[in-house]
Design a protein around this ligand. Structure first.
Ligand code: PGA
Length: 259
């Protein structure tokens, strides 16, 4: 089986300001200085990307810079949108696609999310494709079909080779920002099914090497039991990513768990 390097991303959402984003970046860099064996990234709001990037670069940090969204068109009359060239210009290396808040608050469709995911890959960046069922869908027994549909649709027309630039984030919507975390058994069950589906869509090698991370109320105190599961390769962190010691604790918990 391929060794998958764990990944932990901190999604700051629409939080922080000019001062606190810089402070948080410095604290995260310091806290992660001696942490190896896990790929880490922060996803600040657009206006602070450049300042965060400068801090990461000046401090020689391995923490990667991510954006929370993008627009797939290269340029033109798209008021309010941000292109991938602009993001690359600001040093962005990865982009979230289809985060549940973009699906359910902003109204992004599977088709748009796929278009964005393909554009991120074409731009040479890593796409973090987020999928996950709502509480209604879970309670009506539709967890698997919803996640399968979102995975298939999100990855439409993306080749097995291009999958090297994709991370999947399974984030059950009912667990995001609610303090309710999926049990390790539940999350592992979904992750294993997603990996099986990747094997069907591509092949065993792609399924084996693709990282599938979990998101939804991950904290330093519950990270280890989640990341110990064989198919959970790290996490996408919201609230807990706004506190550097907490985020660092989660990153440390992801460092190669014996599986
Ligand atoms: P949370 O958010 O950790 O605050 O639940 C996770 C996410 O939305 O990525």
């Amino acid at each position: 089986m391929t060794e998958r390097k764990p990944f932990v991303g901190g999604n700051w959402k629409m939080n922080t300001n000019r001062t606190t984003s810089a402070d948080l970046t410095r604290q995260v860099v310091d806290a992660l200085n001696t942490v190896h064996g896990v790929e880490t990234a922060v996803f600040p709001p657009f206006p602070y990307l450049l300042a965060v990037r400068t801090i990461l670069r000046d401090r020689g940090s391995a923490v990667k810079l991510g954006a929370q969204d993008c627009y797939h068109k290269p340029d033109g009359a798209f008021t309010g949108e941000v292109s991938l060239d602009m993001l690359k210009d600001c040093g962005v290396q990865m982009v979230l696609c289809g985060h549940s808040e973009r699906r359910h608050v902003i109204g992004e469709t599977d088709e748009l999310i796929n278009t964005k995911t393909r554009a991120v890959i074409d731009a040479g960046l890593t796409a973090v494709l987020c999928i996950g069922e709502t509480l209604d869908q879970r309670e009506s027994g539709h967890t698997d079909p919803v996640n399968q549909r979102q995975l298939r649709a999100g990855l439409a027309e993306i080749s097995g080779d291009a999958m090297a630039n994709v991370i999947i984030a399974y984030e059950p919507v009912w667990a995001i920002g609610t303090g309710k975390t999926a049990t390790p058994e539940d999350a592992q069950g979904v992750h294993a099914k997603l990996r099986k589906l990747l094997a069907q869509m591509y092949n065993n090698e792609v399924a084996d090497r693709t990282r599938i991370v979990y998101g939804g109320s991950v904290k330093a105190s519950n990270a280890e039991e989640l990341f110990r599961c064989p198919d959970i390769d790290g996490g996408l962190i919201g609230g807990a990513a706004l506190k550097a010691p907490e985020f660092a604790g989660i990153c440390k918990a992801a460092v190669k768990q014996p599986k």
